[in-house]
Design a protein. Sequence first.
Length: 717
Amino acid sequence: MVFCVLSFLLFVVLIILVVLSDRFLNIEGGKIIINGLLLLILDVGCLISIFLAFYYNYMQIQKILGRTMLFMSGAFSIYILSYSMRFPRESRSIIANIRDIVFIFILFFLCYFKIKNIYYVRGYGIFIVSDIIPEILHSWLYVYNFIFMVCYPLITVLVLTIRIIRTTSRMLRQKLLLVFSSVLFCLLLFRLLFLAAKIVPEYTMLAAYIFILYLLLLYIALTMSVLVDVHIVLNRMLRGLYSYVLPSICAGLLFVLFLPLKRVYPVVFIFLVSIMTAGLLIASYNLSRVLSSKNKIRNAKYMFAFEQELASLDYNSTSNEVLTKLADIVTRNIDGASLDVLIDFGDGEMKTVYSSLGATFDMKINYTMFDVLLNNKISVVLRAQVDNKHELESIQDDLEYFFDSSNTDACIFLSEGHHIFGLMLLGQKRLGNTYTDYDYSVFTTLYSYFFVTGYYIKNIANKDIVGIVNREIKMSGQIIQSIQQNMDRICNPKVSVDFMMTPAHEIGGEFIDFVRLTASRHLFVLGGLSGKGLTASMYMVVLKSLVRTFLSETEDFKSLVQKINEYIRNDLPLGTFFAGLFGIIDFETDTLYYLNCGTPALFLYTQMYNNVIEIQGDGRILGFAKDIRNLLKIRKIHLNPGDILFSCTAGAIDTHSIRGERFGKSRIQQLIINNKLYSAEKMLEFIYEAMRKFSSNQIENDVSMLMIKYQERNNRN
């Protein structure tokens, strides 16, 4: 009865798998898996029907269904093992078709002409009756099992062995090895099952479970995307050994040693066992810490330490010092990979600016390959993924040539907008191990660190710039110029718009940006990232580029800000935050929509009341909360002729005099009223000049200000 229930449960599971596979299994070889599941459904369905026929005493039906069940089992073996020989290709060769047709005829002959009867016997299982062949002293059932459960699988093993030896692709070799091992493993399970059936004959009805196990292993081989890192596998095995196995063995031995005390002194026994367990746990924990600190066993989950070291890079050093330090961080954390950095200085060629091995690999820019990567928003590619990512199918040959010629196994593509300006090439790992899914996740998560380093090198590694005494001043000018050139300045007769960005120490992390959405709608952003200096300014460039990227993905105002919040929280250094303002002006309706994300001042001067009021409301700084959508409130105001909108960062309000007095909001409000007749550009100049005099030319913070002045009707062109 138990085996009947197990067969029925397997039948239900197979149907569910077929439904799910038909919906989700979109991989090469997926049709083979689905067809294999369908054959198993027919096989197990026949088995269940035999149980029902036995219950109602339909002997003739048992015979017909039994032969069909036996045929389906053999057909499954032929179909799946035939695919295993040509794995992972679905197409068949003429020779393979002829071979399989011959075996199908043999299968049909044995099942329907040489098997006399098949029926279920309670306590025995499926009973198969066939004649003895005098020449070999074995039955036709033995011939069936030998051909389809031994001979055909061994042919598969032989073909797979030849393919493993001949293939040059490490990924394909790994997949073939898994298929090869799966065939041998399932053969072993069948052998053990038949041996167990000599004790409990009904065990033979569990054969379908071995079939489905093989399908699972085949699916794993099909979906495998990276090569196995042997070092990490050994690392985990060793950690498991001293964290679980050794303490368990010691606990078992001590338990046996103290067991005689249980009858005489049960309380003492419980006390000793408790002390022993606690001691073993403490010893295991301390041993793990000691071995990790001495680096005898490298921790495969290295991202946290890796990020801390990347964040410690000092960009005030020379380019060679920065890259040498980066190479040291990379090679130590990812287990011995080399690092090459290539930069495009605008001449259409990637040139080597650093190589940890002293190699030189310059290359012409492959625009086709780069365009595919940019269009699919791919910034990291592993050699092991080239054969498995469908997004890379059109440039597979280009990528394979690229990895072969550069002798590398991973590449980080550094892009600014729709232009790849640099490459970071990572060589093969120590002991020939390859990059894993975890490595890919780390490189993707920490991409912003690599971008900052590449952007820094691109702007100071040029021979025309190296040697300038104050590199930061030069870098600051380039960044500000880059931002201004990429702005969609608002040019509308209804408004006079101007802005000012003044870093306190030559360079800063604040920015203002304008993006043209339609002919009558513009988006603007004002704010700053935490931190100062060169690193903050380069992260500002990253964030500015992301605003445009996310705008192409969503038209929802809140979703845009949420995406930026997630990026700051997940991809920028821990503790980084953004305080600022996002706004959209619609000139058709003269309406302003805005989201306050921690801007300290947003003022509106209304001509009707001749007064300046604060309209920023409550703001939420980006970078702290995981989901900020429910904390954001889109506000809306109507702008009339003569109205003036002013916003600034905290640096303007927090400027102090030599007596320690803050410049404050009230002075800004009064300056707006006093200079309301001037253009936006002049008004900003007057406000900044007042701040400069107030602080005795000692402005210590970055200052960014934005002025949007609605023109009087008679002043509009």
